[in-house]
Ligand binder design. Structure first.
Ligand code: F6P
Length: 371
């Protein structure tokens, strides 16, 4: 009988419990014994776990968040007693002490990196892709995204009627970290008039052009979907230079210095959606307001598509463990489940390609992309 540990790591996302249930039920059906580490990687570091059986997997399919709780802890840099520690050895010890044959980690890009660290430390690891950002490479889907898309689209729908009633510009800031999938998808589905994503840096002039064109057509309001990572062209150029300086730095001190100046640059755009609203109001004379959707996008019941995906990937993860396929992410490629080596996933980000279908579709329905 195989003994397997499971944990959820990184930001929570709708569908995590459906994946825990899918994995757990299939694993028990394949004659495995399960324990669930609590609070993400911290649970693995400090041997905090709960036993999982069929009973504990009941009633969680539709529940948001994660019953195992989560954290953004890292394997090699965890805050313990006020200082940062490498907890790799402690995690290996927990694994061995519990006689585990494998550990299954549900999480996003950061979790893929942590999973690879544990693979390098000798553990058998399977990673299941979870994120509302849809930014994990080599998988078409990640659970959480479909629900967040639904929530953000609903918000845009609702903001339309208030923008229209007041003849205002409403900027709605949408999550997605450094990628624009969620803002672009929700912007298209909700019919936003302008969509700003990090992959297409914007110019204020171009946004004003779109708004003024709408006014000429008698439409005195606009809804703008702004990805949280969106940036103007000037900032994007400065950031490209700062990134290059980090890459080119030749000593650890030089890297640290280059990173500090890049962080200082990043600080200058903290309030950027509000700053953009002020600039648009000044330029167009239309009252402008900001709505930050924030954590609402990650909360609550997963939609059917996420429950289905999480169940598919969870059960496929159990099969991977049974087959002894480790060091992989279990993702999707079209209608199929795909096993992808973690070495191909960790440290990479799936950005929106400039020529992606969604980008083309947005342009074809006359949505401004700010460029
Ligand atoms: O990765 C999911 C995500 O919600 C991003 O969209 C967002 O940038 C980030 O997490 C927020 O992180 P935290 O939960 O640590 O505030």
């Amino acid at each position: 009988m195989k003994r397997v540990g499971i944990l959820t790591a990184g930001g929570d996302a709708p569908g995590l419990n459906a994946a825990i249930r899918g994995f757990g039920r299939a694993a028990i059906g394949l004659d495995m014994e399960l324990i669930g580490f609590t609070g993400g990687l911290r649970g693995l570091a400090f041997n905090n776990y709960i036993d999982i059986n069929s009973g504990s997997l009941g009633g969680i399919l539709t529940v948001g968040g994660t019953v195992l709780r989560t954290s953004r802890d890292k394997v090699h840099r965890m805050m313990v007693d006020g200082e940062e520690r490498d907890m790799t050895a402690a995690m290996v010890e927990t694994y061995e002490r519990n006689n585990l044959d494998a550990i299954v980690m549900l999480g996003g890009g950061g979790t893929a990196k942590n999973a690879l660290r544990l693979v390098k430390a000798g553990l058998n690891v399977v990673h299941l892709p979870k994120t509302i950002d849809n930014d994990i490479v080599h998988t078409d889907d990640s659970f959480g995204f479909a629900t967040a898309l639904e929530i953000a689209t609903d918000a845009i729908d609702r903001l339309h009627s208030t923008a229209h009633s007041h003849h205002r510009i409403i900027l709605v800031e949408i999550m997605g970290h450094k990628a624009g999938w969620l803002a672009l998808g929700a912007g298209i589905a909700g019919g936003a008039d302008v969509i700003l994503i990090p992959e297409i840096p914007y110019s204020l002039d171009k946004i004003c052009e779109t708004i003024n064109k709408r006014r000429a057509q008698g439409k005195h309001f606009s809804v703008i979907a702004v990805a949280e990572g969106a940036m103007d062209q000037e900032y994007a150029e400065k950031m490209a230079v700062a990134n290059q300086l980090v890459k080119d730095a030749s000593s650890p001190e030089a890297v640290a210095m280059a990173k500090r100046s890049r962080a200082a640059l990043a600080d200058t755009r903290r309030e950027s959606t509000f700053a953009l609203a002020r600039q648009l109001e000044a330029r167009t004379g239309l009252e402008s307001r900001v709505t930050i959707l924030g954590y609402v996008q990650r909360g609550g019941t997963p939609v059917a598509a996420d429950r289905l995906l999480a169940t598919r990937l969870g059960t496929a993860g159990a099969e991977a463990v049974a087959d002894g396929s480790f060091g992989i992410m279990v993702g999707t490629a079209g209608a199929q489940v795909a096993h992808v080596p973690l070495t191909d996933v960790a440290g990479k980000v799936k950005y929106v390609p400039q020529d992606h279908d969604w980008v083309k579709a947005a342009r074809q329905v006359e949505t401004g992309l700010g460029d």
